[in-house]
Design a protein around this ligand. Structure first.
Ligand SMILES: Nc1ncnc2c1ncn2[C@@H]1O[C@H](COP(=O)(O)OP(=O)(O)OP(=O)(O)O)[C@@H](O)[C@H]1O
Ligand SMILES: [Mg+2]
Length: 282
């Protein structure tokens, strides 16, 4: 049975979408569990990715702690999206290592295995099911969760309903549960897609330019949401909007030419002459 309604757009919700040619179960080899014993959820060491000889990532190293909220900034073409592609298994590095927790080698896992292991990704464009209500979108996201493998026609349990209600509150869409998703504002669609990701309870969330196209108020609400999600989840947020980055108040990593140029608080990196030259000063 196909989990996608006929009217739905191609879902880009990595955690939910089974890929052609890959075993639908997406189980991680040997049923490995996430080992967070060293408090590091993501560890990238000396990653290089070349496209026709051009190094989109060049000896990049980065570590994200459990529960951490981290912003990644940098000029266009710095390699920010490519970094997310490596973490989600979409792009294989030419060299270097990428680990989820202590033991899961991301360079040896398929995209569905990585999603199944607990890494959720939000792309820039919202991809909700426009002809379904907000609640139905949440329900579909829950039922598409391969870790649970509910039948689509099965009724939701009270726990499921509580979970959906709690996430709808978190993303400020509790009052819109019965509204068709197509009628939401751009920002609300983005929140809904984040909510759908949250239904899968990812340990690590990757968000690429989440506030692009949002109003100032939606941007502020999104910052509050991400701050509230940190701790329970780890978040890596790529953004160009400096007022949003400031509102997050998180450590910032500056990428340039495929490598880490600087790391620190936003105030610290904003004073770094190298950062000013390549990015902020322009
Ligand atoms: N599949 C690909 N084939 C060839 N070149 C690529 C590919 N993907 C990315 N690149 C190149 O790698 C570099 C890094 O791209 P990437 O999309 O990671 O940058 P970015 O930091 O996300 O930029 P932006 O802020 O504009 O989104 C760019 O020069 C881009 O043109
Ligand atoms: Mg990008």
């Amino acid at each position: 049975m196909n989990a996608t309604p006929a009217t739905a757009p191609a879902a880009e919700i990595e955690v939910a979408a089974p890929r052609a040619g890959v075993a639908a179960t997406g189980h991680v080899a040997s049923g490995e569990v996430l080992d967070l014993s060293h408090n590091v959820i993501l560890y990238l060491d000396s990653i290089t990715v070349s496209f026709d000889g051009f190094k989109a990532l060049n000896d990049l190293s980065l570590a994200i702690d459990v529960g951490e909220l981290r912003c990644i900034i940098g000029p266009n073409g710095a390699g920010k999206t490519t970094l997310m592609d490596v973490v989600t298994g979409k792009t294989r590095p030419d060299s270097g290592s990428a680990f989820f927790g202590q033991t899961m080698d991301l360079t040896r896992m398929t995209e569905p295995q990585i999603a199944h292991a607990g890494i959720g990704r939000k792309f820039q464009k919202p991809t909700v099911f426009e002809n379904h209500t907000v609640f139905e979108n949440m329900e579909l996201a829950m039922k598409a969760d391969k870790r649970v493998r509910r039948a689509l026609f099965a009724r939701l349990s009270d726990d499921d309903l509580d979970h959906i209600a709690a996430v709808l509150m978190q993303i400020r869409l509790d009052r819109y549960a019965n509204r068709s998703a197509g009628l939401l504002s751009h920002g609300q669609k983005q929140w809904l897609e984040i909510g759908m990701l949250l239904m899968q309870e990812p340990r690590l969330l990757l968000l690429d330019e989440p506030v692009a196209g949002m109003t100032d108020e939606e941007t502020e609400r999104t910052a509050e949401l991400f701050v509230s999600l940190a701790g329970k989840h780890s978040l890596v947020v790529v953004e160009h909007d400096m007022s949003f980055v400031e509102a997050l108040g998180s450590p910032v990593t500056v990428l340039c030419d495929g490598s880490v140029l600087a790391e620190g608080s936003l105030a610290e990196v904003q004073e770094d002459p190298r950062v000013i030259e390549v990015y902020l000063g322009r």
